[in-house]
Design a protein around this ligand. Sequence first.
Ligand code: IPE
Ligand code: IPE
Ligand code: MG
Ligand code: MG
Ligand code: MG
Length: 342
Amino acid sequence: MTQPGVSDVVEAAIESRRQQVNQAIAEELPVKEPTRLWEASRYLLDAGGKRLRPTVLLLMAEALSGVEPGTRSYRSFPSLTGTEVDILSAAVSVEIIQTFTLIHDDIMDADSYRRGVHTVHEEFDLETAILAGDTLYAKSFEIILETGAPVERSNQAIGQLARTCTAICEGQALDVGFEGRRDVSTDAYLNMIEQKTAVLYATSASLPGILLGADDETVDALYEFGLDFGRAFQIKDDLLDLTADTETLGKDQGSDLIEGKRTVVTIHAQNNGLDVDDLVADPELSLDAVVRALEEAGSLTYAEDLASEYVASAKAHLELLDDTPARTLLADLADYVVHREY
Ligand code: IPE
Ligand code: IPE
Ligand code: MG
Ligand code: MG
Ligand code: MG
């Protein structure tokens, strides 16, 4: 029998947590009146999604408590102070925030596909998509109130989630504001992706620390792990937008190029004398030809190397934790994020 590879092990770890998160989502968000709103709210959640943020959260809880991964109920999970916490609620909460941001992001980015199905504003309508996003946003706060953690930790967790939502809005505003601009620096891009994407990973990684009663130093290290993990994740997302086809990705290939987004890839190209906006505007050039030009300019390799640097930095932040199977899985998950194909 051949040994399972690291990515098989990581995918199995994601899958078992995904099933539990999905079941909890169905319990938390039943379809009721007005059914069109609740169906639209459930539509993307039911379509799929990798569930990477709840996986980070649940694995981090296991790494902190030192329990064998997958052996304890997430609904009554041992904290560091003897009480039990419903950590699954926190995992569901971050996934619901994620899905809310996707529904609104697809409106902003004028996209048609997400998680292999139509985007919510196309499947339903714009009004319903805005409301479905708002509904999920509010529900995530209701749900994080259900962890049963001591009130001080619970309050801290809610504050953390709220600040994260503000940061995502700021990041998305920067992203939209950068469209078509030729003067966006790599530093400005890195700040933008920190806000729009990395903070939600940082919150997913640090919420178990807060809710299970870890010390401040540990909570900070978990947050930094999530930031670097999230930066690597978004750089890979920007690469996949160029290199993965719509079917594999489950979302529109080349959306960033068409929308004139600034990414680390296009900024690198610009700095090396290749004007991506001009290439995209050239009716003679296919999307594939533009991607080939970016590849020849070394811009894809540059982005891949940068993502790998962030993965290495993320893993270094885990050193503070005891060496457990859950910690190993988190490090493997960080590697997986930059090797994934969708
Ligand atoms: C997409 O996130 C949004 C970004 C921050 C790039 P994911 O690629 O994790 O999307 P799902 O949740 O798996 O659909
Ligand atoms: C989205 O970034 C970040 C958030 C949803 C907050 P993208 O616009 O690159 O995400 P995708 O590629 O559409 O998933
Ligand atoms: Mg988008
Ligand atoms: Mg976007
Ligand atoms: Mg993207």
